[in-house]
Design a protein around this ligand. Sequence first.
Ligand SMILES: [Zn+2]
Length: 223
Amino acid sequence: MKKWTQNFKGLLNLFLQSNCPLCQRPTSQDLCQNCARQLQKCYLKDPRSLWKDPLPVFAWGRYGGILKRAIAAMKYENQPQIARFLGQSLGEAWLLHAPLYEQKIVVVPIPLHPNKQKDRGYNQAALIAQSFCETTGLKLKQNGLTRVRATEAQYSLSASERAKNLTEAFGIGKDFRRRPEVAVLLVDDIYTTGATAMSAMQTLNQAGMKVVGLAASAITLKV
Ligand SMILES: [Zn+2]
């Protein structure tokens, strides 16, 4: 009987534990301790170093190594739980280093085109924004923006083509139909050229709304 109970407990633990999406070791967390520790090393010392006009950026980490691997697993290997770690880390950094702003801000994730979201099953930026808001206490406007047009894969285009490709890519979502008196903090997983975020900002600006900046889990630029 005792042996059976032990076996049963062992079996139960096996079900409660899952594998770390980055190294496949068993863990009861979203990521194993080792990978979480490795990821913490990607944290930038000064997340505010790019917080300046025209589009201030608050970035948690440098895109590369295990952070690049984590983002790829989150997006392409059906591992949305990684967004929880990234959003929480971004939120903790924001609580420590939040830039000063006078207005009340709300958080809006950069939307995916509906077709893409349907394929993936989730929008990783929205999941990051959700954890970010749970950590910071900021208000989330999941549907502040919509994607109105499918854009070509950005990496295949030059800088000027990228900007053109993104023109009119966004529309005002149902959360902002009544144009609230708030400023927006955009959230995305990666900040690369800034073309996507800039286009989202222009859409909100044209609707009379202010954008304070963008918070991203990773940046590819040198800082
Ligand atoms: Zn791991």
